[in-house]
Design a protein around this ligand. Structure first.
Ligand SMILES: [Zn+2]
Length: 128
């Protein structure tokens, strides 16, 4: 086997991996529900901390490679957990990423995340 053949095999594997990643991202984007930010999104959306009962702060959360959740029985996600396993509407590949509505309790350090949709940012100082 020549060195050129080994390079060709390596390059082919890298291209196949990139194509697989691209296919996963396209699949996730096709399933995502993205909406524009409006002030109406927040009406009726007040939550009490499940631990201490105080009102949680409303805000946004960006989850990077998505929220990869697994049940307690399944155990925590492992090293090889990938974005294909992320919960729906938790990944945005946009240049200005869409984000999830979230509420947090700073005292208990608990976060409640709404992943029914992704919300496109309205910009700094927006009403949402
Ligand atoms: Zn709390």
């Amino acid at each position: 086997m020549s060195a050129n053949f080994a390079i060709l095999i390596g390059a082919s594997a890298a291209i196949a991996a990139l194509l697989a990643l691209w296919a996963i991202v396209r699949h996730l984007q096709g399933k995502a529900c993205e909406i524009h930010a409006t002030a109406d999104l927040w009406s009726g959306r007040r939550y009490a901390c499940p631990d201490c009962g105080t009102a949680m702060d409303a805000g946004w959360v960006m989850l990077g490679k998505g929220a990869i959740w697994s049940s307690r029985e399944q155990g925590p996600p492992g090293t090889f957990a990938h974005i294909g396993r992320a919960l729906p509407n938790t990944i945005s590949m946009s240049l200005r990423p869409a984000v999830n509505m979230a509420w947090r309790c700073p005292s208990c350090r608990l976060v409640l995340i709404d992943y029914t949709k992704l919300v496109k940012p309205a910009g700094r100082g927006g009403t949402a």
